[in-house]
Write a protein that binds this ligand. Structure first.
Ligand code: NDP
Ligand code: GDR
Length: 370
């Protein structure tokens, strides 16, 4: 039985990867940090009572900022594979907490690499590092591939750049099987609520169900290469099964603006939008609503731009070239953007219908927006 350790197990990718590895017959250990409230919503369906024997999904308290506990955990588990997914992963928030981001995302990766080396596991334990298309930042080449130069544009991206190069350095210096997956944006129904795609699908669902009037976004011109997290975690595993340790771009090869993502989400519920104005004065209004269950009148404003969501330095356009992953590892994504948005919309409509019902029967469901 292969043994895996997943850091960031409570996050979007951690949850999908846990499911994937359990299906493959792995013993999965997850590193989870202490929080004042439960943070295991995404993996509750995998939870196993600690009192039963022969569990194959085991959670441990630790933290990427605590070297001794990371070393202790790896010593105890002796994993065949480590998937280092833990991170302060929000680009805009990294401008507010740059030092913490550097510690978790940058030094945290070093702690994993060094623990494996210090414990003498460098020829046993393979390491996957969650690198990111944010490394390309101020884009100088379209599409971006494994050979495109980096130009990070946020404290998050700079921390991830350090982690990227430490992974390469430990591979070269100590002959470790350590790989970077340079993953472009990937989303799902369990995407964090403050990333733009989920913010859009949640708000769209709430607006058509009458729970909310309108919502606010920042830069509508930003372009991203959006895939489905399910396809991307499969590739994380494939990267560690490859013959040689290498770095890989994982992307769909197509890019879409935030504005068009909004259009597509509303189209899923039979609503056509028109965008009016530009820059900070841009807004979206309803042109036509054809869905029999939803009554949004023509001309209703559903979206406005709020400059508080603009970033000090923005990444304008990302589009990846996944040729290497396609040809060398045979990775082909199963989802396209329309099927991804459809799945996210269906899920958020169900969640919001539940909220609406609770409101109707007297329980006030509060919603916090960022
Ligand atoms: P999430 O934000 O959903 O999950 C991040 C995980 O890291 C959570 O489990 C979080 O715990 C955990 N974490 C944060 N800080 C610490 C810490 N100090 N110690 C231990 N755990 C910590 O991210 P995703 O699942 O979307 O992404 C996974 C990884 O891939 C991240 O490293 C991200 O930067 C990277 N990435 C993501 C992409 C994407 O589009 N999703 C694209 C490219 C890279 P908690 O639940 O308690 O907050
Ligand atoms: P990103 O994802 O920064 O690409 O990082 P996010 O969804 O936060 O932003 C994408 C683009 O949308 C624009 N945008 C907004 N973004 C947010 N969050 N909220 C808004 O209201 C809003 N309005 C417009 C942003 O400016 C940006 O251009 C994600 C994270 O998962 C990282 O961890 C990962 O490394 C990269 O994807 C690849």
């Amino acid at each position: 039985m292969k043994v895996a350790l997943i850091t960031g197990v409570t996050g979007q990718d951690g949850a999908y990867l846990s499911e994937f590895l359990l299906r493959k017959g792995y013993l999965v250990h997850g590193l989870k940090r202490r929080t004042s409230q439960f943070n295991t919503d995404r993996i509750d369906h995998l939870y196993q009572d600690p009192h039963i024997e022969n569990r194959n999904f085991i959670l441990h308290y630790s933290d990427m900022t605590d070297a001794a506990s990371v070393i202790g955990l790896i010593k105890q588990i002796q994993p065949d594979e480590i998937y280092n997914l833990a991170a302060m992963s929000h680009v805009q928030v990294s401008f507010e907490i740059p030092e913490y981001t550097a510690n978790t995302d940058g030094l945290g990766t070093l702690r994993i690499l060094d623990a494996v080396r210090l414990l003498g596991l460098e020829h046993k334990t393979k390491i996957y590092q969650a690198s990111t298309s944010e490394l390309y930042g101020k884009v100088r080449e379209v599409p971006q591939s494994e050979t495109t130069p980096f130009y990070p544009r946020s404290p998050y991206a700079v921390a991830k750049l350090y982690a990227y190069w430490m992974t390469v350095n430990y591979r070269e210096a100590y002959n470790m099987f350590a790989c970077n997956g340079i993953l472009f944006n990937h989303e799902s129904p369990v995407r964090g609520e403050t990333f733009v795609t989920r913010k859009i699908t949640r708000a769209t669902a709430r607006i058509v169900l009458g729970l909310q009037d309108k919502f606010y976004l920042g830069n509508l011109d930003a372009m991203r290469d959006w895939g489905h997290a399910k396809d991307y975690v499969r590739m994380m595993w494939m990267i560690l099964q490859a013959e040689e340790p290498e770095d890989w771009v994982i992307a769909t090869g197509k890019t879409t603006s935030v504005r068009d993502f909004v259009r597509m989400a509303f189209a899923q519920v039979g609503i056509e939008l028109e965008f009016q104005g530009n820059g900070v004065n841009e807004k979206a209004v309803v042109i036509e609503c054809t869905h029999p269950d939803y009554q949004l009148e023509e001309g209703k404003e559903v979206l406005a731009v709020d400059p508080r969501y603009f970033r000090p330095t923005e990444v304008d356009v990302l589009v990846g070239d996944p040729t290497k992953a396609n040809t060398k590892l045979g990775w082909i994504p199963e989802y396209d953007l329309t099927t991804l948005i459809k799945e996210m919309m269906e899920s958020d409509l169900e969640i919001m219908r539940k909220d609406r019902y609770l409101n109707e029967v007297g329980f006030k469901v509060l919603n916090y927006f960022e």
